[in-house]
Design a binder for this molecule. Sequence first.
Ligand SMILES: [Zn+2]
Length: 307
Amino acid sequence: MTKLTRRGLLSAGAALPVAGLTAGAVHAEAPKLGQSFAQHRRFMIGDFEVTTILGGTTPREDPQSIFGMNVSEDEFAEVSRQNFLSTDASQFFFTPTLINTGAELILFDTGLNSEATLGALASAGYNADQVDIVVLTHMHGDHIGGMMTEGAPTFANARYVTGQVEYDHWAAAENEGFDANVRPMAEMMTFLGDGDDVVSGITGMAAFGHTPGHMVYRIESAGQGLAIFADLANHPVWSLARPDWEVRFDADKEQAAVSRPNVLGMIAADRIPAIGYHMPFPAVGYVDTGNDDAEFRWVPEAGQLMG
Ligand SMILES: [Zn+2]
């Protein structure tokens, strides 16, 4: 048996032909290409093919003006430090999800605008005309922003599904975004209550608070489960791990602080993978119960879904 020692490696190197050592000198320097990020991630849940697509990402300053509004600056800083997060800026991700059931292609939320969403959709191998059903988890601008392209429906062949409570709230709210992007689809829209199915195996669950009728979705196919928790928690540390921290974007902060542990507790107990619209891309992971400090823990998927 040959033992590889440092000396052995050095002498092996020394035995290389001289041309091999100097070959690098004839190469041009590779150009720097700037940051890059894959725009989709696909995996199977039972017989369903699930794809997350990156509809956008943007930095935001002063994260405590958004998360942990009800905790001290010191506590926010300490939790951030423990998790290698800056208190000066944070990165936001926007992640629509596609599920191909084999019978229909279903898109959950439409992103900030159709251009970015269609770009990510194309990178994943789809075009807008293939989408059969658009599900809206709730009606904030970063979820309904891709519904229209230059005044026409982006997903020309789609019908729409959303929560009844959510629709009714915005329909009465005189909201510009809703009136431009959602109201024109009313004729093609069906409405869910808590526990109703989009299609067999995809069930809506009331998780109110972030908005008056915000819903999350429970997926079951061939014995495997998945949760799509949308904006139930908008950051893995500052919201998911600390569900009682107030979030500026939650319309009813008390109700959101009740819905968060309810749904996260279910996902943790069932040990199923989950997709969160604002989790760091590809936005796929697991939720574990936490410890003394944190009530829950976001565990990014680490290859478990590649089998
Ligand atoms: Zn959102």
